[in-house]
Design a protein around this ligand. Structure first.
Ligand code: HEM
Length: 437
C-alpha cells in the first residue's frame, strides 16, 4: 500500500475511533448540514435530533464538538451499545423492585434465614428442603404467623425470596460483564466510568442493605402482640436505594444517547428553563412521596383506615402525635404515616397538574410538552391505584401495580428533567451561528 494511502487510512480510523468522521457529510445527506438543521424548519429539527440521538455530531466545529458532553468514545455504534446496556440494566432494576414488592406482599421475604454474598443453590432434595423448613420453623414469623404451614406452602415462599435474591445477583453479572468489556474496548470516558462505578458500588451495597433489612424481621418482636416484620426504616432504606440506583442508571442511559437536550430555537430554550425551575422541586416532592410510601408499606399502614378521603370517620385521626419522642410518629405511627402519604401524594398530583396548566401558555418543544402531559396522566393513575390499593386492603396485584406505578412516575420525572436541561455552551454558540447564517 502506498504510504499516502496508509496515512489517510490511519486518519480515517483515528477519527472513527473518536466517534465522527471529518469526511462524513451530514447523515441526512445534506451538503450544508447547518442549513439543513434550520432553526424553525421541522425537517431541520429532525436532522438535529437525529444528530443528538446518534451522537454523530459532525455539524459542530472542532472546538464546539469538544464542548459536547459525550460520555462514550468510539462513535455512534459504541454509544448505541452502551446506551442499550444502561437502559437494559435500569429495566432490570425496575423488575427487581417489582419482584421485591411481590415478595413482600406475599409475605415471602423472611423465608430464607441466612445469606451469602455469592448466593447458594436452592434445596435440591426432599431432605434439604426439610432442613431449610426446620430453620424457618425457628423464626418468629413461623411461630407467630405461619404456625402449621405445610412444606408445599413453605416451598412457594422460599422460591419467591430465592428468585428475588438471584435476580439481584443476575443484575450484578449483567452489569459487570459488559461494563468490563466496554472499558477494555475504550468506549467509556473517565466521567462515565466513575459514575458507573459509583452505581455498581451502590448495587453491591443494596444486597447488604437487603440482608440487614431481612435480619430485623428474624429477630423476636418486642412484645408478644406484635407481628414479626422488618424494620420500616430498613425497608425504606432498601427501597430508596433501589430508586436511587434505578434513577442513576436511567439518567446515565439518557445522557449517553442524548448528550444534548432538544433545543432548537431560543424560545424553546427559554421554555425549557421555565419548566426546569418547576420540574426540579416537583421531582423532589415525588421522591419524598415515594419514600413515605415505603414507610406505609413498612408499617403495614395500608391495612388500617381503609377509607378515602376520610380516615375512618375523621379527616385526621386523634392519635397522630401519640408516640414519644414526637419525631417517631412520622416513621412508626400507622395513622401519621398514612396521613403523610396521602398529603404528599395529593400535593404531588396538584403540583404536577399546576405545572401542566402553567406550561400550556409556554412555547415548548413538542417532546417536552408530551412528557409533561404523560407525567400528569401517570400521577393521576398512580393516585387512583393508591386509593384502590387502600380500599381493597392491599391485594398483591394492586399493591405491586402501585409500586410499579411509582417507578413509572419517577421515570417520567427523570425524563422531563433530562429533556429540559440547559444546553451546553457550545450548542448555544452553534445555534447562534446557525441563526446568523
Ligand atoms: C404520587 C402519588 C403516589 C406515589 C408516588 C406513591 C408511592 C408509593 C410507594 C413507593 C409505596 C411503597 C410500595 C411498596 O414498597 O410496596 C406506596 C405504598 C402505598 N401507597 Fe402510595 N403513592 C402515591 C399515592 C398514594 C395514594 C393517593 C394512596 C391512598 C390514599 C396511596 C396508598 C398507598 C398504600 C396503602 C401503600 C402500602 C401498600 C403496601 O403495603 O404494599 N398511595 N406508595
Amino acid at each position: 500500500m502506498a504510504p499516502s494511502r496508509i496515512i489517510s487510512e490511519l486518519q480515517v480510523r483515528s477519527s472513527r475511533r473518536r466517534g465522527w468522521n471529518r469526511s462524513d457529510s451530514c447523515p441526512c445527506n445534506e451538503t450544508q448540514p447547518q442549513l439543513c438543521c434550520g432553526i424553525i424548519s421541522p425537517r431541520g429539527y429532525s436532522h438535529l435530533s437525529r444528530l443528538m440521538c446518534t451522537g454523530a455530531a459532525p455539524i459542530w466545529s472542532s472546538s464546539s464538538k469538544e464542548g459536547l458532553k459525550m460520555l462514550v468514545n468510539a462513535g455512534p455504534r459504541a454509544q448505541k451499545l452502551v446506551g442499550i446496556w444502561a437502559f437494559g440494566c435500569s429495566m432490570w432494576v425496575f423488575s427487581m423492585v417489582v419482584i421485591g414488592g411481590v415478595t413482600r406482599l406475599t409475605r415471602s421475604g423472611l423465608s430464607m434465614t441466612d445469606w451469602k454474598f455469592t448466593g447458594t443453590l436452592p434445596p435440591l432434595s426432599e431432605d434439604q428442603w426439610l432442613i431449610e423448613f426446620g430453620k424457618y420453623k425457628q423464626s418468629p414469623e413461623y411461630k407467630r404467623v405461619n404456625k402449621g404451614m405445610s412444606l408445599e406452602d413453605f416451598k412457594f415462599i422460599y422460591w419467591m425470596e430465592y428468585a428475588h435474591r438471584m435476580w439481584g445477583r443476575g443484575l450484578g453479572l449483567v452489569f459487570a460483564i459488559p461494563f468490563s468489556y466496554f472499558l477494555r474496548k475504550g468506549y467509556i470516558t473517565l466521567r462515565l466510568g466513575l459514575r458507573l462505578s459509583a452505581i455498581f458500588a451502590l448495587g453491591a451495597g443494596q444486597g447488604l442493605i437487603g440482608w440487614w433489612m431481612v435480619k430485623s424481621g428474624l429477630e423476636e418482636p418486642v412484645s408478644e402482640y406484635v407481628q414479626p416484620r422488618v424494620s420500616p426504616y430498613r425497608l425504606a432504606a432498601h427501597l430508596t436505594s433501589a430508586f436511587v440506583i434505578y434513577c442513576g442508571l436511567l439518567w446515565t442511559g439518557l445522557s449517553v444517547v442524548m448528550p444534548e437536550p432538544p433545543a432548537v430555537t431560543k424560545a424553546w430554550i427559554h421554555g425549557a428553563a421555565k419548566v426546569q425551575r418547576l420540574a426540579l422541586p416537583l421531582s423532589f416532592l415525588v421522591g419524598i412521596t415515594a419514600v413515605s410510601g415505603a414507610f406505609v408499606a413498612g408499617n403495614d399502614a395500608g391495612r388500617a383506615f381503609n377509607t378515602f378521603p376520610k380516615m375512618g370517620d375523621t379527616w385526621i385521626p386523634d392519635d397522630i402525635f401519640s408516640m414519644e419522642p414526637f419525631i417517631r410518629n412520622f416513621f412508626e405511627n400507622t395513622s401519621t404515616v398514612q396521613l403523610d402519604h396521602r398529603i404528599l401524594a395529593t400535593a404531588s398530583l396538584l403540583s404536577i397538574t399546576g405545572m401542566w396548566w402553567a406550561s400550556k401558555k409556554w412555547d415548548l418543544h413538542p417532546a417536552v410538552r408530551s412528557i409533561i402531559s404523560s407525567t400528569m396522566g401517570m400521577a393521576a393513575l398512580q393516585v387512583t391505584l393508591g386509593i384502590s390499593t387502600l380500599l381493597t386492603y392491599v391485594p398483591v396485584s394492586l399493591g405491586s401495580a402501585h409500586q410499579a406505578g411509582a417507578l413509572t412516575l419517577l421515570t417520567l420525572v427523570i425524563l422531563l428533567n433530562h429533556t429540559v436541561r440547559r444546553p451546553s455552551l457550545s450548542m448555544l454558540k452553534s445555534l447562534r451561528s446557525v441563526a446568523t447564517t
